[in-house]
Design a protein around this ligand. Sequence first.
Ligand SMILES: C[S@@+](CC[C@H](N)C(=O)[O-])C[C@H]1O[C@@H](n2cnc3c(N)ncnc32)[C@H](O)[C@@H]1O
Length: 274
Amino acid sequence: MQSYSFSDAEYDELRRLIENQVGIALSGGKRDLVYSRVSRRLRSRNLSSFAQYLSLLRSGDEEELSELVNAMTTNVTQFFRESHHFDYLNQKFFPEMVASKGSDKTIRIWSAGCSSGEEPYSIAIVLAEFLENHPGWKGEIWATDVDGAILRQAEDGIYAMDRLKSVSRERLRRFFLRGSGPNEGKARVGRTLRDLVSFQRVNLIESWPVRTAFDAIFCRNVIIYFDRGHKSQVVDGFADHLQPHGYLFLGHSESLHGLSERYQLIGQTIYRRR
Ligand SMILES: C[S@@+](CC[C@H](N)C(=O)[O-])C[C@H]1O[C@@H](n2cnc3c(N)ncnc32)[C@H](O)[C@@H]1O
């Protein structure tokens, strides 16, 4: 495989570009990762050096800029990841919605940084089960990510069976369709879940096309990659788009400690707008 020279100045320029585009902070320790992911872009564009690649980006090639962003995001996810959050929805959140929402019987949830869809579809499963038992109630899940390629996978909603290990047989039977032909051995998200989720490309460090106030926002394992300034900007922005006392669910190693005064910690990585 071809190798390329990669100077400190080139690394710094790429690092700054990625941070400005998506807020992802790359320390010196990420140099090998950047080299390996960006080398693939050089190969696919038939370029022979990082210098050529950077001048392509400097020329304002928007498509390549999106490809660079897609290459630099980390998309690891799984169904019912951090399962205590889904227990919380069932045990505390839904009963509280019923008790407090009055005549507005629509539950609105944002999955921000939804990756390939496992998170919003997991939320959709527990929401669908709630709606079945609560006639007159509706649900809307807005699932967004900056990575256009992963978002297309999320919309397709087709998963190999080993990615569905944490979904019970009963839920698989009720909410998924068995794949056939080229999708043999895979399962496809069924209509009930699809109808609950809408996908959109949104960069969390730019302005958000939001016209509603959410009852809960899931932003898990996303801000961990951001620099401090963008972390604060994003979580403070969420508070502006949450219902009073709305919920923010973060990833297992994320915390708002020292980042925002607008939330109260009420459970394991579960926050409430003050
Ligand atoms: C590790 S995945 C987390 C997926 C899911 N929330 C979970 O916890 O399983 C992080 C996701 O954040 C997305 N992301 C990174 N920077 C972003 C940004 N500036 N705006 C929106 N999404 C971003 C990535 O594309 C990636 O899909």
